[in-house]
Write a protein that binds this ligand. Structure first.
Ligand code: FDA
Length: 309
């Protein structure tokens, strides 16, 4: 309920202006976002590598309204990918890409434009020695994103997908994608889809996550388990053991700034851990989704605004 309301309110340009310009926003943004440019992202990748943790770098930006703007996202990814290669970090780093930042929602030929841009990023990633994972956005984009994934995997078979356990369709999508060579990140879902397509209660989302994880772990793809939930972390270990998967045959993924001690604990246990590191100027949409995930974040942010206002 809180999440739906917050995500809806966040679409107001007035709310956006207040959040973007309020001084108390900065420290909280810094908790979740590595910085505003590729230099900051590469520094975070270096630091995490030193702690035995892999990264997926995400150049922030979504819902571009022109093909030209979408082209600039490609340049940003090329820059960070060549930085990863130059610093010898590409074996421990990949990039995450939102198709809406590449033009998917443009009214004419959006999907085609996004595919062409994504192809250029995949080519740059392959040249750097790494791969791309396509983030999943709101439920209306799932079919289009999976079509783009299938087209990209013809030339770039390591391209990964994200599936959201909150959607009723996802168990079936997991079955389709749990194939040899397929990299699938399973998450709960950060958007607020209607009950007609999604499980409304958190307990139902958790049960769906467990079923989906069961399918991915039993399949022959590479599961990337994106959750900070202690229950899901435990279940991942149990299902890996039950399916005879070694430590290199799946990975845990968590967000930059969320449960950092747990990230290090898992890495120290010998598990593969990857942290999703967002960077860039366009942090607003990402930041609001992180606030919406946890009432304590909203309360902390609101208190800071009131105490300084
Ligand atoms: P849950 O929300 O139940 O949180 C479990 C615990 O984790 C909380 O009790 C708290 O301790 C901690 N926690 C979680 N979120 C927090 C936050 N924001 N601040 C502070 N503590 C927090 N979604 C999507 O729709 N499309 C995508 O492509 C991706 N990609 C993605 C990549 C990676 C690597 C991760 C980890 C997550 C995503 N997500 C995503 C987001 C995901 O769908 C989900 O919204 C969050 O991961 C929160 O869900 P949890 O499974 O962590 O459980």
């Amino acid at each position: 309920m809180l999440r739906t309301g917050l995500l809806a309110a966040a679409r107001s340009p007035r709310v956006r202006r207040v959040v973007e310009t309020a001084a108390p926003t900065r420290p909280l943004v810094r908790r979740f976002v590595a910085g505003t440019d590729a230099t900051a992202a590469l520094a975070a990748a270096r630091e995490l590598r030193g702690k035995g943790v892999r990264v997926s770098l995400d150049h922030l930006g979504e819902h571009v309204t022109s093909a030209e703007h979408a082209g600039s996202a490609v340049s940003a990814y090329r820059e960070v990918l060549s930085g990863l290669a130059a610093e010898g970090l590409a074996d421990r780093a990949e990039v995450s890409v939102k198709l809406s930042a590449l033009g998917q929602a443009l009214p004419v030929d959006g999907e085609k434009i996004a595919l062409e841009h994504a192809r250029r990023i995949c080519a740059a990633a392959a040249q750097a020695g790494t791969a791309v994972t396509l983030d999943m956005e709101d439920h209306t984009t799932v079919d289009s994103t999976l079509r783009v994934l299938a087209a990209l995997r013809v030339d770039f078979p390591r391209t990964g997908a994200v599936l959201q356990a909150q959607l009723r369709r996802t168990e079936g999508d997991c079955r389709d994608l749990a194939r040899e060579g397929s990299r699938v990140r399973l998450c709960k879902g950060a958007y607020a889809p209607p009950a007609s397509v999604a499980f409304p209660r958190p307990s139902e989302v958790d049960r769906s996550f467990a079923r989906c994880l069961g399918v991915l772990m039993a399949g022959s793809g590479y599961p990337m388990v994106a959750s900070h939930d202690p229950w899901m972390v435990r279940l991942t270990g149990q299902l890996a053991a039950r399916n005879g998967r070694g430590a290199t045959e799946y990975e845990h993924q968590m967000l930059y700034g969320v449960r950092p001690d747990e990230q290090l604990r898992l890495a120290a246990e010998g598990r593969r851990v990857r942290v999703y590191v967002p960077y860039g100027q366009e942090w607003y949409g990402y930041f609001v989704r992180r606030l919406a995930e946890r009432p304590a974040n909203v309360a902390f942010f609101a208190r800071s605004l009131l105490s300084r206002g």
